[in-house]
Design a protein. Structure first.
Length: 639
């Protein structure tokens, strides 16, 4: 019965939701160009205004780069500027009534504190930008990545109309319309992996259409995925590895490269890590033995086309050079792909023109729980089977349109496959990051109590006199949250309490021990306004200056994939109604509380938060396994 169902409706729904998200992003971008908002733009993560222009230079790819600087504010927020992102220059019209964009699409080259290097498409663009800067204050803003939307919409269209028998079967399995099949293979011998990791790799190589490696925090998901790729390469000549972000692609690619696997990294070199640049298609292309001849022919063609005269003999000579250039281009491309065992790109990058008509037996998608379904289909179109790796109990994909998210765009393909085919999912169960008590609540709530702490971390603590968990309850303290201009929220009393708590804890451990043993601290708040406030308060405190490199302050999203010895979380919400806003997204809290290796401290109003069942149980768990401290009312605090 299932096999007769039509998958078109499911895919068509994805098209509608994606168009909804695209329209919303365009609307927000258009609103952001309103002149009355320019003065506050420097506060926004995707915008800096005003800026100053610095010197221009050339990057390793011979692209022109313009250095932009801006003044750091006391409440500088985290930046959305990342290498490779599209960016536009803008300026305020002379009458101050309009914001105008400079008609040149540029790209972020590099980012540092107060500095953004921007790759400009051509040299005349730089001259135009400098000319405008003489009469106007300029700003920069992250643009809309229209390419990604185009790729995803084209992919969905192809998914619906494809009649390829192999792909149709894979599509129907992924959509829950057919039952996945597994081979029976001899047991693998991988003694350097734990039992759950070995079982996951075994399941991957036996899957005929789909497998899922479900890796909760600290369980060695990347290690397992690398082994799964290497084992697959024992049976297949080449595989494709993708992820939703360049950082994730680079991370898995680096691990494979260190194991001696020949990885060809495809995509925009501006978005690649320095370590992966030597594996990039462009670098390998330029290093090919035949490239010198190709470069000479291209130079001769440019000079020949620019020269005078169009004799028949000259045209024939140029045609012959073009043919030879094409022959060399094809040869170099085939050589690079034939030599590579792994072709790596982002999901969107899988549509890159040099990958056109290329097909792979197996596709590995890392961080699949953060990938939009339409982006996954873009890569799946190139393969016969797919292996998802990630954790759908952590951060979901970033979706800006609430209606699109509620409509199902936030439901990933990995989640759907896990729901339809639970026999395809293998959970990694041994974690190597956290003290057993920090791990315990997350294991109970999100992973059915199946996680265990490896012996080397199970009882690891900073001090034998310390406990791994603490909740500082502000219910009686008279604190209060407030909404700020950006629709975020802050709690200034709680921020100040956090600074005092951090200092007290460092002094309890001993400043010398913290410095000598490089104990590191992560301060997390779900709200960007609170992050900005805490950063500002930290800057004012001389005590923390020597520990600057050991203390990080960021949002939950900013800490995804990271870990620290000590994590302190500022919950912010403090009201009588029990309103907790997007703290209801429990996946974010799972990320926040599982960043800690040895100590987790949470500051929050227990009365406000405990009206939600998750936080009520978390508080009860901490009371049982750690310290629960209620601050006295203000009038009872000794002077």
């Amino acid at each position: 019965m299932k096999e007769r169902l039509n998958p078109v409706n499911s895919i068509q729904r994805q098209v509608e939701l994606l168009k909804m998200e695209m329209a919303y992003e365009r609307e927000v971008y258009a609103r952001s160009l309103a002149a009355d908002r320019v003065g506050s733009r420097v506060q926004e993560p995707g915008c800096r205004y005003p800026i100053s222009l610095g010197a221009s230079s050339y990057n390793a790819l011979d692209q022109l780069v313009l250095t932009v600087t801006y003044e750091l504010s006391d409440d500088e927020t985290e930046s959305d500027f990342e290498p490779g992102k599209p960016v536009s220059f803008f300026y305020l019209s002379e009458d101050g009534q309009q914001v105008r964009e400079v008609p040149h699409q540029c790209y972020v080259e590099a980012v540092a504190e107060g500095v953004v290097d921007i790759a400009v498409p051509n040299r005349s663009s730089v001259q135009s930008i400098h000319a405008l800067a003489e009469n106007h204050l300029l700003g920069i803003q992250i643009g809309i990545d229209t390419t990604s939307y185009r790729v995803m919409l084209e992919a969905l269209s192809e998914v619906m109309r494809s009649e390829n028998e192999k792909f149709v079967r894979l599509r129907d399995v992924l959509l829950g319309l057919r039952t996945p099949q597994f081979r029976t293979l001899p047991r693998l011998s991988l003694p350097w992996l734990n039992l759950s990791q070995q079982e996951a790799v075994q399941r991957v190589v036996e899957a005929q259409e789909v497998a899922i490696v479900h890796g909760p925090p600290g369980t060695g998901k990347t290690t397992t995925l690398v082994e799964a790729v290497i084992e697959t390469l024992q049976r297949e000549n080449q595989v494709m590895v993708c992820a939703p972000s360049n950082a994730a692609v680079d991370w898995i690619s680096e691990q494979l490269s260190r194991r001696g696997v020949n990885v060809l990294r495809v995509g925009n070199p501006l978005r690649m890590s320095t370590e992966m640049l030597d594996c990039s298609y462009e670098r390998r292309y330029a290093a090919h033995p035949d490239y010198a001849e190709l470069w000479s022919i291209r130079k001769a063609l440019r000079e020949g086309l620019a020269g005078q005269g169009k004799s028949r003999e000259k045209q024939a000579r140029l045609a012959k050079m073009r043919d030879r250039a094409t022959e060399l281009e094809i040869k170099i491309r085939y050589d690079l792909f034939d030599q590579a065992r792994v072709v790596a790109s982002t999901l969107i990058g899988s549509s890159y023109h040099i990958l056109e008509h290329r097909h792979f037996s197996t596709l590995f998608i890392d961080e699949a729980a953060q990938a939009l379904e339409p982006a996954c289909w873009a890569a799946i179109l190139k393969c016969d089977r797919v292996v998802f790796s990630g954790d759908h109990q952590q951060l979901p994909p970033t979706i800006k349109c609430v209606q699109a998210a509620r409509g199902g765009l936030d439901q990933t393909l990995m989640q759907k496959v896990a729901k339809h085919h639970p026999n395809c999912v293998h959970l990694l169960t041994t974690q190597y990051r956290m003290h057993r008590d920090i791990m315990g609540f997350s294991s109970q709530w999100f992973y059915h109590g199946r996680l265990t702490a490896a012996p080397e971390v199970a009882d690891r603590q900073i001090s034998p006199l310390d406990t791994p968990l603490m909740w500082i309850d502000t219910s009686q303290s008279g604190f209060g949250e407030k909404q700020v201009r950006t629709l975020s929220r802050s709690n200034s009393d709680e921020a100040r309490l956090l600074i005092h708590t951090l200092r007290d804890y460092i002094e309890m451990i001993g400043l010398e021990k913290v410095q000598n043993e490089r104990v590191d601290f992560g301060i997390i708040s779900p709200y960007r306004a609170q992050v900005r406030l805490i950063r500002k308060l930290l800057k004012w405190q001389k005590f923390f200056r020597s520990l600057r490199r050991q203390i990080s302050v960021n949002s939950v999203d900013g800490f995804q994939g990271q870990e620290r010895d000590v994590i302190i979380i500022s919950m912010v919400r403090d009201n009588d109604q029990g309103s907790i806003g997007f703290l209801r997204d429990l996946r974010r809290m799972n990320v926040a509380i599982t960043r800690a290796r040895m100590k987790l401290i949470i500051l929050g109003n227990a009365e406000t938060l405990s009206q939600h069942r998750f936080y009520h149980q978390l508080i009860e768990y901490i009371k049982e396994h750690g310290d629960f401290v209620t601050l006295p009312p203000p009038d009872q605090v000794p002077e």
